[in-house]
Design a protein around this ligand. Sequence first.
Ligand SMILES: *Cc1c(COP(=O)(O)O)cnc(C)c1O
Length: 799
Amino acid sequence: MAKPLTDQDKRKQISVRGLAGVENVTDLKTNFNRHLHFTLVKDRNVATKRDYYFALANTVRDFLVGRWIRTQQHYYEKDPKRVYYLSLEFYMGRTLQNTMVNLALENACDEATYQLGLDMEELQDIEEDAGLGNGGLGRLAACFLDSMASLGLAAYGYGIRYEFGIFNQKIVDGWQVEEADDWLRYGNPWEKARPEYMRPVHYYGRVEHTAEGVKWVDTQVVLALPYDTPVPGYRNNIVNTMRLWSAKAPCDFNLKDFNVGGYIQAVLDRNLAENISRVLYPNDNFFEGKELRLKQEYFVVAATLQDIIRRFKASKFGSTEFVRLDLSTLPEKVAIQLNDTHPALAIPELMRTLVDIEKLDWDKAWDIVVRTCAYTNHTVLPEALERWPVDLFHNLLPRHLEIIYEINSRHLERIGKLYPGDLDRLRRMSLIEEVDGKKINMAHLCIVGSHAVNGVARIHSEIIKATNKTNGITPRRWLVMCNPGLAEVIAEENKMKFSAYLEEHYKVKINPNSMFDVQVKRIHEYKRQLLNCLHIITLYNRIKKDPKKSWTPRTIMIGGKAAPGYHTAKMIIKLITSIGDIVNNDPVVGDILKVIYLENYRVTLAEKASDLSEQISTAGTEASGTGNMKFMLNGALTIGTMDGANVEMAEEAGEENLFIFGMRVADVEAMDKIGYDAASYYNRLPELKQAMDQISGGFFSPGQPDLFGDLVNMLMQHDRFKVFADYEAYIKTQDRVSILYKDPKAWTKMVIHNIAGSGKFQRPHHFPVCREIWAWSQPGEDRRPRRPPLNLSSPLLLL
Ligand SMILES: *Cc1c(COP(=O)(O)O)cnc(C)c1O
């Protein structure tokens, strides 16, 4: 185990985690008390834990303000090219610890709160997650903001300030139940409203073609009210801005119409306008063509583009006479990155601004748009691709529909000249599709309206034939913070901590010597939680057959949210919890095997430890995945298919250091040609047959034998993701995992190869040294043992 630290080691570590000097700590305490008094308006007799959290958050926030203002002044002076990252999701999680880490305040705050008789970790736990995202796509946006600030880029994140983020998941009788995520209830200390920069956003109305140009008239107006959140770089004094828009009804909303029920009703109806930023759509990798969602997409785009153009015109460069005339230099000063097609309306909206408002001619405007915009594709699943019905567009955004038609007509004319007579190509490449009704293909719009298209992992870029700008993660959040000692020690400690957490939250006894086998991600058929289920059942049946054998004990944890409207995903959760009920209560199994459903998986819960990371999607379906990288960085081994970023992880760590199994993309494609026959596997593999017969026979749902009938039917008759085809290889590979786990030396060696190979996925990756990783190499305890709280009635503390 770990050696005690020398004083020199301690000084080194403090210099890594931030100075805890006496003045620093004294100032922090003074400021904490000042905020408790003046901001929270409390004394220590009546202050709650939450008040203490807010006092600490405000104390830390104060360190951001000067840097934030200075960074923005610096950008004005230097006028660098600005990067605008447009996204419908920013899955930020908590802010306090990340801010302390990036500002090197963690040690000093820990000491100050300790001296005030408080436990900083307990206060951190009070912060609500900013859950403004569904999964990987939203978290990528958040990691990019951190990375761009750390690189010192003049970057801005633009999105929506949803009043309700991703729902909170409760598991009740084994079923998912959704609860509204009222994350702003107690206020958000990290945001600053900027009502002075409010912008109008127009909807509906009609288009007039006049001699002076095109006019969009008789529109309904909703105001976009910006809230700014600071985004600090890693110890570089940079603080960038994430600007999220909130919908606000104008003061005269509905009051001009005489066909409404008068004043009271008009005021009540303000909610209709303000609903635009009410709630995040909870679908991951699924397109739901709802008008409110289209309103949201236009809302962020319209407000953001006004802001971008205002800032360009107000910049030193943009305010010269020449630039004011034509905006043709916009692409030299502005890059707009579209996070999937969700903000694709930026393309027609920028055209509308340049042509209808700035009066540029079409070709010149189009050249500006293409050179300004770039698009990131996130998925190949057809059900995820945005295809908006033309009718919906015609009603809500009539001018944009005209512009899209014009873009399409010029695009098809070009294709027609390049490939004369190839009508099928024209149909395939058109922005307008005609399969049950006319629809706008937003991916096609993004591709023609951008100068760069990228996929998120090499394999994905090859599949969509785009350039290779791969996903990454920020090590400041995803390296389980402040890990001491060697890989083995890290794993031990984190597992003990996680066990304690599980025992407290789930009231289950965990065997900390068991292998922690974890699959956490959104519940989706393509991610194949069902394959994991079949492994669990197989293990269970084997243990029952021969309980005395020296099994490798496992604690299998599965977590993730199902989209509320995704019936199959909800049934998968019920199956997992039902298997858990049988396995966990079987005395023959004891603590050889436990199955835990991790309720309410979110950014904060993602910052935990495991031994084995399950990345088992059907090859060709997971564009990249980032969960895989987070676990690799934190010392887990991966069992996975050759899909998404797993391919590059295997390359970096050496394929022999991952547990790769199953079909490759080419195998899946070959199988699609001949047809996938689930029954053949079921008939050939007795353990698979037994597991399926148990599910369909009600073994896991006593009293309700048909409960999983639909799931069984899907797996046997129309499984798009070919679970059975990888079953045999998966089980054999899991057997190899169990054997290796019994040899801690060999296991740890593999872990080290993985951590060493994880650098490619850490963004930004050109820091001279990753300082946290440097801290790892120091032996011994880094985190001070928690001391007992001081006596609060001590006169010294009653300040
Ligand atoms: C990283 C992350 C994801 C993405 O996980 P994948 O395994 O790549 O699907 C989803 N949710 C949360 C909370 C995350 O932090």
